[in-house]
Design a protein around this ligand. Structure first.
Ligand code: ADP
Ligand code: MG
Length: 308
């Protein structure tokens, strides 16, 4: 017969968006020493967003963004979408542009009535459409454009964090830039802070670069990270932690995460996870919310407290 406490546990779990595939693992969850999170799509949204804006001296941040969004209006590139989203989120009014042209692998170009947007451009007498470019370092090189010291430093800093930089060019000058990065989920901060308060260590596992991993890890206050880990090596990192004597959970969503989910003491598939991840997991979290990992540990502690 199924012990009553476990039965209650399962239905409570289901109501909280947890599907329990292995009850022993669910019982172990209360004693976890370390929870390892996959980065992309788990702690982060897995999509590019604008994380910072910089301008050349006299230019205004919001004007730069509005102009960028204007030039990007017609582009289907992920970068264009990130820029348009940022402009919308900031409630900017984006002027309409004409003569869009994609510059394959470099950026985009269009003509915009720059004076209609620009606050600093009170001085710009012209109401003519001017040719405006938005593009990456490749475009700068192609057009032979140098950036000023301010934008140069911005680009260096962004680069050291593993972020991409896209520039706004007008009259052969770079007048602004945005840094783009995979954006951290708001919920990740709370999840990690709570796990720390509960005495659980948090680690992050990613195939992404050392620069990106360090930046995300510092932003979130993660204890340990493993960067540039090949898919076939993810499970070895779990073993390393287990060999230190830790009881380890792995949280991930991808096919790549499956061996690590299997290897861990508590394998947690999260979100719309791939079938392979779900099949390899002990617990499936239905929503893509890292705070549900906290709920899982809390539920385990509550349910099994008196069952030593
Ligand atoms: P990838 O798929 O690696 O992004 P692309 O050929 O699409 O390669 O773009 C290469 C680079 O050109 C981008 O990283 C970016 O710097 C620039 N770029 C391309 N399209 C755009 C765009 N619509 N807006 C801004 N920059 C762009
Ligand atoms: Mg992933």
């Amino acid at each position: 017969a199924v012990p009553l406490v476990v039965a209650i546990n399962t239905s409570m779990a289901a109501r909280n968006g947890m599907l329990i595939r292995d009850r022993i693992a669910m019982e172990d969850a209360r004693n976890l020493d370390t929870i390892v999170f996959d980065k992309t799509g788990t702690l982060t949204k897995g999509e590019q967003g604008v994380v910072e804006v910089a301008t050349a001296e006299e230019w205004d941040e919001e004007d730069v963004l509005a102009l960028m969004a204007s030039v990007e209006a017609d582009s289907e590139h992920m970068i264009a979408e990130a820029i348009r989203t940022e402009a919308t989120d900031r409630g900017l009014s984006v002027p309409s542009a004409r003569k869009f042209e994609a510059l394959e692998g470099r950026g985009v170009r269009a003509t915009v009535d720059v004076a209609s947007v620009v606050s600093a451009g009170g001085e710009r007498a012209s109401t003519e459409h001017e040719t405006v470019y938005v593009g990456g370092p490749n475009l700068l090189r192609h057009l032979g454009v140098d950036v000023d010291e301010q934008l140069g430093e911005f680009a260096d800093l962004a680069g050291s964090r593993g972020q991409g930089v896209v520039y706004l060019l007008l009259d052969g000058e770079a007048i602004g830039a945005v840094a783009l990065a995979d954006v951290v989920r708001d919920e990740s901060f709370e999840a990690i802070e709570t796990l720390h308060r509960m005495g659980v260590e948090v680690a992050m596992l990613t195939g992404d670069s050392e620069d990106v991993a360090r930046a995300v890890s510092e932003e979130l206050g993660i204890d340990t990270y493993f960067a540039e880990v090949l898919p076939e090596d993810k499970d070895k990192k779990i073993v390393e932690l287990q060999e230190q004597g830790d009881l380890v959970a792995m949280v991930g969503d991808g096919v790549n995460d499956a061996p690590a989910l299997t290897r861990s003491d508590v394998g947690i598939a999260i979100g719309s996870g791939t079938d392979v991840a779900v099949e390899s997991a002990d617990v499936v979290l239905v929503e893509n919310d890292p705070r549900d990992v906290v709920s899982l540990v809390k539920l385990s502690r509550k349910s099994y407290r008196k069952m030593q």
